[in-house]
Design a protein around this ligand. Structure first.
Ligand SMILES: C[C@@H]1N[C@@H](c2cn(-c3ccccc3)nn2)[C@H](O)[C@@H]1O
Length: 445
């Protein structure tokens, strides 16, 4: 039996409206972490910070006063939003999430509710407007990242210990509400908010406020897409309420990790956000450890879509507004594959076929077309395909070269697709046309 909750999930099951269907169809996004942290870029006084670059203010070697003066140097003279949008479009991203304000509290827009904004920098001008316009012109939706944690704001409290804290907390909630309404008023074409920094007690213990805030934002901008990280229920449960029901429009907990199987996503919409190095979101001059390759990113993207989720790849522009070479090359390499094979990603969904070792199935949502995206060609060169019951196979086409293939019928609902060429530098995509119908006793193709 369920617990009576006032501020738990208000909906069982996924949203079915057009705005959510659009978000679901896009599948591939670009995250951008850009702000003052790109100035130190993970280094200070000749020492290297091993944490995430956007967290450098919390490093014992970085005096808060020193960090809090950095805005006086922020002057991205090479910022070119049209170029940023063109790069994202070429990569095949269909939506973008931009940090309007990260934990440090610095606003990339000239907010009237704060002095700690781009208006106080040498650049002076709004950065978000030109970015949103350029991305929208390139046919890319924009969502706004907003950190509730705000290290700069005098009223931010991680926890409320006394009456003074509670008064500050109330003032801070008004500030948050004002800034979010301001962002929607200034940038009416945005499609959603991506909230972060909602794990402190001060937020977790006021589920009512987060619930009312979500409803307030929906009333200002119907159709907004907001993930599960915003809210807590009145018992402090986050993402899933005290009855285990997802709050918000999609599960937003997949940060630098992916679900393993379809069982892990519990039928919910979800999104994964991923860094190129192990754990850097803002620009860090020295990437340490493993830097993901094009094929690694493609596998994460395809795996996410095969499990009914979205995948968002992070970029951390430099303080001058340009991108590091590794990110430029990655974007180009991903785009090359997406140009030919993106059809298997966009509008992709869980196929309902039994997973095979060679890779992933992706169903074109609502159709009988199922794509095989092959990452691991077996030494035999033969790809096993087991169709679900009452599914007949009516066509097999290799996407590259649009070549028809003739599978070998193995028995009942099983086939082998024999690949002539076992050498490939990129994932191979094969389109299966299926039909509802008995698996006849002699193969169907
Ligand atoms: C999307 C990512 N979320 C921010 C983050 C993650 N974390 C964090 C904090 C404690 C444990 C695990 C993750 N803190 N801030 C990162 O700074 C980046 O913005």
């Amino acid at each position: 039996d369920t617990i009576a909750l006032k501020h738990g999930a208000h909906r069982i099951g996924n949203r079915t409206d057009a705005d959510m269907a659009r978000w679901r169809s896009l599948r591939f996004g670009q995250f951008i972490h850009w702000g003052l942290y790109a100035i130190p870029a993970g280094e200070w006084n000749g020492k290297t910070y091993n944490g995430a670059a956007e967290w450098i203010r919390s490093w014992k070697e970085m005096p808060h006063e020193a960090y809090d003066q950095l805005y006086k140097q922020f002057n991205p003279v090479n910022f070119n939003p049209q170029q940023w949008a063109a790069q994202a479009k070429a990569m095949g991203a269909k939506y973008m999430i931009i940090t309007t304000k990260h934990h440090d509290g610095f606003c990339l827009w000239p907010s009237k509710y704060s002095k700690y904004t781009i208006a106080a920098s040498p650049w002076k001008k709004d950065l978000l407007g030109p970015m949103i316009d350029a991305y929208n012109k390139a046919g890319i939706d924009v969502h706004l990242y907003f950190s509730i944690i705000d290290w700069n704001h005098p009223d931010y409290r991680a926890s409320l210990k006394n009456a003074a804290d509670s008064a500050a907390g109330k003032r801070f909630q008004v500030f948050v509400k004002n800034q979010l309404a301001e962002l929607l008023q200034r940038y009416p074409t945005v499609k959603g908010f991506w909230f972060d920094g909602t794990w402190d007690d001060s937020w977790k213990n006021d589920g009512a406020f987060s619930d009312e805030l979500e409803q307030y934002l929906q009333s200002l901008h119907p159709g907004l897409v907001m993930g599960s990280r915003l809210r807590a229920d009145e018992k402090g449960a986050r993402h899933f309420d005290s009855n285990g029901r997802l709050m918000g429009d999609y599960e937003q907990g997949w940060e630098r990790k992916l679900p393993a199987t379809i069982a892990d996503v519990h039928g919910n919409d979800w999104e994964a956000v991923m860094t190129v190095p192990e754990n850097q979101w803002g620009y860090h001059a020295k990437w340490m450890g493993h830097v993901k390759t094009v094929n690694e990113i493609l596998e994460m993207l395809v795996k996410s879509v095969s499990l009914n989720g979205n995948f968002v790849l992070n970029f951390g522009p430099k303080a001058d507004g340009t991108y590091r070479t590794e990110e430029q090359q990655l974007a180009a390499g991903i785009g090359e594959w997406m140009k030919v094979n993106g059809v298997a990603v966009y509008d992709g969904a869980y196929a309902g076929f039994e997973k095979q070792d060679w890779g992933y199935y992706i169903r074109k949502a609502g159709t009988d077309s199922v794509y095989m995206v092959v990452f691991n060609i077996p030494v035999s060169g033969s790809l096993r395909v087991k169709l679900p019951a009452r599914t007949a196979l009516t066509g097999v086409t290799m996407l590259q070269g649009n070549t028809a293939l003739t599978p070998e019928w193995v028995g009942r609902n099983e086939y082998f697709i024999h690949l002539q060429n076992r050498q490939t530098a990129s994932p191979v995509v094969i389109l299966l046309k299926t039909e509802k119908g008995e698996n006849k006793d002699k193969g169907n193709v």
